[in-house]
Design a protein. Structure first.
Length: 336
């Protein structure tokens, strides 16, 4: 039941709302751009977190809002994910998350309690406190947004815009999980794990940055593994060919989901990176040591096209030069 044509997979990813909702980012960035040089802002738009120079150490600043559909389906999981996705953003940059603040807009006390409970559980599990924020107690809607602060050594930072032609692409995903009962496009591999387990998984990215084992990286977010790779390639001004059969996956038949469903899922713990071929084995070993499945899934090229391959069949997912996903450029513009 899980054998899909490459064109079907490409179409499913290309048309997935987790991908198409990113298209507005470019217009927003252009409207926010302020022509005031600031040598302390090393990287901003297009990265998982902004990097701000602070002597020999960098401050990482990021924010995420939770999709309203998730808030409606499961307020507890929405609260948990509001913390989780922000921690992922700092980890993906090779950083250590320090603390968070939130903006909670609410019109239902029961939802407020469930969201708060989810945030508290995730905060305790990952060891990252919520230290302040703002409350709107009388809005006509229920929304949770969180911002996070992290730190990283400047020369240990993992960027999104620095993939190199010829790099191998590594996908690392914790397959020990479940399809979340409240959201079929979420793979929950975190709520059932110990604090030590999830913190050790996050710490792998810090070790990869410290030892310069990856050239670029992102956490796998709402666009799924292929869509997230497309975002990385877009800001790196590169293309790639991905072998679908190499993408880590659980037993899809046992779960009753298709492969095209799997590649669109948000994993509770997942990252996509680029690395020298000689470093791939060590990168995979470090993820596997903390219970994550990691594999070489493809190669970076200069085509500005993201293509997928299976059984000799090749299909194009994104033409990143003509349209892109976020429709922004980072190299030489947002990142410097």
């Amino acid at each position: 039941m899980n054998e899909c044509s490459t064109e079907a997979v490409a179409k499913a990813v290309r048309e997935y709302p987790g991908v198409t909702r990113k298209r507005a980012i470019g217009d927003i960035i252009r409207s926010l751009r302020i022509d005031v040089p600031d040598v302390d802002v090393v990287a901003s738009f297009g990265e998982d977190a902004a990097l701000i120079r602070n002597n020999d150490e960098g401050l990482l600043l990021a924010a995420d809002g939770i999709w309203s559909k998730l808030m409606e389906a499961d307020p507890y999981w929405a609260g948990y994910c509001s913390v989780l996705v922000n921690i992922h953003d700092i980890a993906a940059m090779g950083g250590k998350p320090l603390a968070m603040v939130d903006v909670l807009s609410i019109n239902n006390e029961a939802i407020c309690r469930d969201v708060s409970r989810g945030m508290i559980d995730a905060s305790r599990q990952f060891g990252v406190p919520v230290v302040g924020g703002h409350l709107h107690p009388d809005t006509p809607y229920n929304v949770i947004d969180v911002a996070i602060l992290g730190i990283v050594k400047m020369d240990h930072t993992i960027f999104s815009h620095t993939a190199r032609t010829g790099d191998r692409i590594v996908a690392a995903i914790d397959l020990d999980g479940r399809v979340h009962p409240s959201c079929i496009l979420n793979w929950d591999s975190v709520t059932m794990k110990s604090a030590d387990a999830v913190r050790s998984q996050i710490a792998v990215l810090q070790s990869l940055g410290r030892d310069s084992l990856v050239s670029a990286g992102k956490d796998i977010s709402n666009p799924g593994v292929i869509g997230t790779l497309g975002m990385l390639l877009e800001v790196s001004e590169k293309g790639a060919v991905v072998d679908l059969d190499e993408i880590p996956r659980p037993d899809l038949d046992a779960l009753g989901i298709t492969f095209e469903h799997w590649v669109r899922m948000y994993p509770g713990m997942g990252f996509v990176m680029t690395a020298r071929e000689s470093d791939v084995a060590e990168v995979c070993r470090r993820f596997e040591a903390v219970g994550m499945s990691a594999a070489d899934i493809g190669v970076v090229d200069d085509s500005r096209m993201l293509k997928i391959r299976r059984d000799g069949e090749l299909a194009s997912v994104f033409d990143l030069e003509k349209e892109g996903i976020m429709r922004i450029r980072a190299k030489g513009e947002e990142c410097r």
